[in-house]
Design a protein around this ligand. Structure first.
Ligand code: A3P
Ligand code: MG
Ligand code: MG
Length: 379
């Protein structure tokens, strides 16, 4: 089961049937924490209420600390003040690629023509894709598919929706649909549109709107450029520069029993830590809600303290395993995805409890770099 799978007519490529994929076993990754450089924000962009791209911070929001027991009703507005982003539309890396084209001078090497690497980075991707990589050794439920294309020396990583994920998306219950709204409603209760205003819980929640940071960093010998959505920032003008002033907002079911606390530590805090650690966002503000969608408590979790919080938990996740797995996956990708061709896709696949395997696709089925990007970079 560990060799390459035969999916919809792929070319076997350099991986002969029977060769090993990449192990996802935790024990393999228990070694020293790899070098992870402090992420540096190199830019940002905004997506407006119609999902249009802007090369600026117009969608930035400002955190307004709520009282400790606020009684926010997260159900309010679901029926009449909710504009939901169309999640059937797959944007792939398009917004990041638009940002790159608008900011090429910040990235390109001094002598582009003399360099085989037009961007001076090894990988371009979404933060969310890296979050999935970090949590893979602990992910027992959901697999993933990551498409990789090498173009001008840079490896682009873009997610492909799995069949299982598509089925789940198309078969969500009404309860699940409503609960997905709750997280965004909490953001509305705690964020203002500018430094001097207050949150407006009477407004419309539009999940097309986003503010995204673009950061550069290095994981061992992998130079990374990635973007991630940022919920809001500290509004104090004396707050540190981005990304240190950013705040991640989360909601979670209130914790009433030791079992619930243990599950929160083992599963929720892993996801929260991975998501914010990657771009250097220092804190998560959590709204704990009852079964009826009312926030009954608010608590701040500094990311640097999460690894201590979980140390009492037996059989718990370890940050070093997450980072080492991600690092080894990126090395695996560099070793496999060697042909520089904007139309060629190496498709990496993870199914729980299996190795990561890959297939090679020359038939355009998974091609994701758009012609407007390829042409602009080439010229
Ligand atoms: P919660 O985080 O409170 O669950 P994010 O926290 O990443 O800023 O995302 C904001 C909200 O989007 C989430 O709030 C959740 O409601 C929704 N959301 C994010 N990722 C999701 C996913 N994979 N499936 C369903 N809902 C998701
Ligand atoms: Mg968010
Ligand atoms: Mg959030």
């Amino acid at each position: 089961q560990h060799h390459q799978q035969n999916q919809s007519g792929p070319t076997p490529g350099q991986n002969p049937l029977g060769s090993q994929g990449l192990s996802t076993r935790r024990e393999q990754y228990e070694r020293n924490f790899p070098v992870y450089k402090q992420p540096v924000e190199v830019g940002c962009f905004s997506l407006d209420s119609k999902r249009r791209f802007f090369n600026d911070s117009r969608q930035m929001r400002y955190y307004v600390e709520p009282e400790k027991n606020p009684n926010f009703d997260l159900k309010d507005g679901y029926k009449d003040r909710y504009v939901k982003r169309d999640d059937r539309v797959k944007e792939k890396l398009d917004h990041i690629l638009r940002w790159i084209l608008a900011n090429r001078s910040k990235l390109s090497s001094r002598e582009t023509t003399a360099s085989s690497c037009a961007l001076d980075v090894d990988f371009v991707t979404w933060r969310g894709h890296l979050t999935k990589l970090l949590t893979t050794p602990y992910e027992a439920r959901e697999g993933w598919l990551l498409a990789v294309t090498k173009f001008k020396g840079t490896l682009y990583i873009s997610e492909v929706e799995t069949e299982a994920a598509r089925r789940e998306r198309e078969n969500r219950t009404e309860r699940h649909e409503e609960m997905m709204y709750w997280g965004y409603k909490f953001e509305q209760y705690t964020c203002a549109d500018n430094v001097h205003s207050l949150p407006d819980p009477g407004g419309v929640v539009n999940t097309n709107e986003a503010f995204c940071t673009v950061v550069q960093t290095r994981l061992a010998d992998h130079r990374l450029l990635f973007s991630g959505e940022v919920d809001c920032r500290d509004k104090d003008p004396k707050a540190p520069a981005p990304p240190a002033c950013y705040v991640e907002l989360k909601t979670s079911a209130e914790i009433c029993t030791p079992k619930q606390r243990s599950n929160f530590h083992r599963f929720k805090l892993l996801k929260w830590w991975a998501q914010s650690f990657l771009p250097g966002v220092p804190r998560v503000v959590a709204g704990f809600r009852d079964h009826d969608g009312v926030v009954v408590g608010v608590e701040t979790f500094p990311i640097s303290k999460i690894s201590h919080l979980i140390k009492n938990e037996q059989n718990c996740w370890k940050p070093t395993v997450c980072m080492n797995f991600c690092c080894d996956f990126l090395s695996f990708v560099k070793r496999i995805a060697t042909e520089d061709n904007p139309d060629l896709v190496y498709l990496f696949s993870y199914e729980p409890h299996r190795d990561v395997t890959y297939t090679v696709h020359k038939d355009f089925k998974y091609t994701f770099l758009p012609p407007w990007y390829v042409e602009e970079i080439t010229s």
